[in-house]
Write a new protein. Structure first.
Length: 249
């Protein structure tokens, strides 16, 4: 193990769960002699990457770490989402869609095609109303209440199928359920014979900024598959939220 590797390993001992540590603790974690740890801590202290705390013999990450973190380029939701969308599409075989808000409509920001010949998804740049379909409802469900009420009042409530929600009162009840459970479902609300599942993606301040979704023909998303798919989509959306938070801090 070279000098750089040893220094990096010392830095990775510190975490949210363990923000301060002694040389003895670091020695046990890394299996290196205490003399070696002392030598490299002295080097890291000179560069500002590690600092002594007010407690005797205790160390923490230095302010230089924060400075370096601020220099990490921020990534857009599309850039952050694409690798995770690709993993989800390969795992499920379905097309995965990333959507966001544009004024009072939803808009398709990105998609990763599945391997099935028959696919159900929006094209990039396509807009859609928020009252019908899993993506639109999940975006609406987590909006600021004032903005949410305004959109619900002003929606045209076009009917696309027998299951499309066309009443404000029913839409309010639906998005309240979505907000509680953390995901949205759609049984043919936009396109007959299809089933959609969507989960929210949040900013660090917990504002909804996008939705991750999968839509497929009903025969590919029967009851057992739906439960599994909900878990996969929610987990993927949460992972995107977590990764976005790393670039916002």
């Amino acid at each position: 193990m070279n000098t750089l590797e040893k220094c990096v390993r010392i830095l990775t001992v510190f975490s949210k769960a363990k923000p301060i540590a002694t040389v003895s603790y670091i020695t046990k974690q890394l299996g290196l002699p205490s003399s070696t740890i002392y030598r490299y801590i002295a080097m890291l202290k000179r560069t500002g990457l590690i600092e002594r705390t007010d407690q005797a013999g205790m160390y923490c990450l230095g302010t230089k770490i924060l400075e370096l973190a601020h220099n990490v380029p921020k990534k857009s939701v599309q850039e952050t989402s694409l690798p995770i969308m690709g993993q989800l599409s390969r795992k499920t075989g379905e097309t995965v869609t990333l959507t966001g808000l544009r004024k009072q409509d939803g808009i398709c920001l990105e998609k990763v095609d599945g391997h099935h010949a028959f696919r159900v998804s929006f094209e990039r740049g396509t807009t859609f109303p928020l009252h019908a379909g899993a993506s639109g409802k999940v975006l609406l469900a987590y909006l600021d209440p004032q903005k949410q009420d305004q959109i619900i009042r002003e929606l045209k409530y076009d009917k696309f199928s027998e299951t499309t929600i066309t009443e404000p009162k029913r839409l309010k009840a639906e998005i309240a359920t979505i907000s509680r459970q953390g995901f949205a479902l759609s049984n043919g609300e936009m396109i007959r014979g299809t089933y959609g599942i969507a989960a929210p993606i949040f900013s660090l301040s917990r504002n909804v900024i996008a939705a991750l979704s999968i839509s497929a023909p009903n025969h590919r998303l029967e009851e057992k598959q739906r439960k599994q798919m909900v878990q996969l989509i929610v987990a993927a959306a949460n992972k995107i939220t977590d990764e976005l938070a790393l670039y916002e801090t």
